[in-house]
Design a protein around this ligand. Structure first.
Ligand SMILES: Cc1cc2nc3c(=O)[nH]c(=O)nc-3n(C[C@H](O)[C@H](O)[C@H](O)COP(=O)(O)O)c2cc1C
Length: 388
């Protein structure tokens, strides 16, 4: 029997879609090569983290119903592969908001990376650039671009920067002068949701910046000074952003503004009317409002409402190439991932982030080949059906 080394097998697969040379620069006994899929990274990441950090990473809000829906809904969607198509070359390239992307997987914004890695934001920026993936940063755009040298969008939420015309003008001008490629406006975080794992753990928000403190010899953490709690907070002394704010933001900048956190046809329609360059169908990784279903369930009505006028992206629970293929079939232009690359970051630093992106890209390419869809153009709605 011919024994094909793992390295040779990867090289063969990588050759199918022009993967980066780092794939075969690694040795076969490199522990980075052990995880065969995203799920294999989870115990490795968990073992490295304080349980409180793991809960912060993994948890959702309230009943965590949407958290389960994000994953389980993929099981209700079935692929319909086609036979006898020439798939000897597989092409994942796409164009989005003027950027040419090697593959349709984007690194989602994630606050609190310091709970997983002391220099999380910069390490992710560099890894995303190495893996040629678009990165949506929560940190300073200048630092991100310096660390990564790759394209990056800046993520803004409903907080202070969106307070009024002056604050918006200031931050968009800064972004434009610094070489940012787009603005991701996250719409679903008006208040801190009840992430009950955090509440039970007396998780402190400032740990997102400084990391989880060390435990004493008895395994106890220092007493929390300002733990997450039940309540409607932060207090909002000024009005929260509205569709008018969004229109104003668009008028103030040349950069594309992508709205993240929409789940309905109605809001997709309003996004188009307000000048959004695109939307991300998202429930914030099920970390904000609960009981709003899985994002793959919301995707079809949003795609229908967008009617080809703006790209529709999606995130939430994407762990397999087949998950991504299903979203593309339903009309998504790209998907975002967060927890998967955070597992990689925790377990193997930047190399882990690159590896996670590589595994997802490989699974997507492989399954596009198996489905008879050699490029993104050949993927359409007929590639999936909902289970009866
Ligand atoms: C630890 C963590 C922090 C996050 N922080 C933010 C954030 O600051 N802004 C934001 O728009 N989304 C944030 N998200 C949501 C992600 O951008 C993304 O929408 C979601 O997590 C995707 O689902 P997935 O984690 O299952 O891939 C965060 C997610 C995680 C896991």
């Amino acid at each position: 029997m011919v024994r094909v080394s793992r390295r040779a097998a990867f090289r063969q697969l990588a050759g199918m879609f022009g993967a980066a040379p780092f794939l075969w620069a690694q040795e076969d006994d490199d522990p980075l090569l052990e995880p065969a899929n995203i799920f294999d990274f989870m115990p490795l990441a968990k073992a490295k983290l304080d349980p409180i950090a793991w809960d912060y990473l993994e948890g959702g809000s309230e009943d965590e119903a949407s958290l389960r829906d994000n994953r389980e809904a993929f099981r209700r969607l079935i692929l319909r592969p086609r036979a006898l198509v020439d798939v000897h070359k597989i092409d994942l390239k796409c164009e989005l908001f003027g950027l040419r992307l090697d593959y349709p997987i984007i690194v989602a914004p994630a606050g609190g990376k310091n709970c997983f890695h002391a220099d999380g934001e910069n390490v992710v920026a560099k890894a995303a650039a190495n893996a040629k993936a678009l990165h949506i940063t929560n940190g300073g755009i200048q630092k991100t671009l310096e660390a990564g040298q790759g394209p990056a969008w800046f993520q803004v939420t409903t907080g202070g920067q969106m307070r009024n015309t002056q604050t918006m003008r200031t931050f968009v001008k800064e972004l434009e002068s610094q070489g940012c490629s787009g603005i991701c406006f996250t719409t679903d975080i008006m208040y801190v949701s009840h992430r009950e794992r955090n509440i039970h753990n007396k998780f402190e928000r400032r740990w997102c910046e400084v990391g989880i403190p060390a435990r004493d010899a008895q395994g106890r953490l220092p007493k929390s000074r300002n733990p997450e709690r039940t309540g409607v907070y932060p207090e909002r002394p000024f009005p929260t952003p509205t569709w008018d704010t969004m229109k104003e933001l668009v008028s103030l900048t040349k950069l594309p503004v992508i709205l993240k956190g929409l789940m309905t046809a109605e809001d997709t329609q309003r996004a188009v009317e307000s000048g959004a360059a695109g939307i991300v169908v998202s429930n914030h990784g099920a970390r904000q409002m609960d009981h709003i279903g899985g994002t793959i369930e919301a995707l079809p009505e949003c795609v229908e409402a967008a009617a080809g006028r703006i790209p529709v992206l999606v995130d939430g629970g994407f762990r397999r190439g087949t998950d991504i293929l299903k979203a593309l079939a339903l009309g998504a232009s790209a998907v975002l991932i967060a927890r998967p690359y955070l597992y990689g970051l925790t377990a193997f630093s930047g190399r882990g982030v690159e590896r996670v992106l590589h595994l997802l890209k490989t699974e997507l390419a492989l399954n596009m080949g198996l489905a008879g869809t050699p490029n993104l153009r050949s993927i359409d709605r007929t590639l999936v059906r909902w289970r009866a």
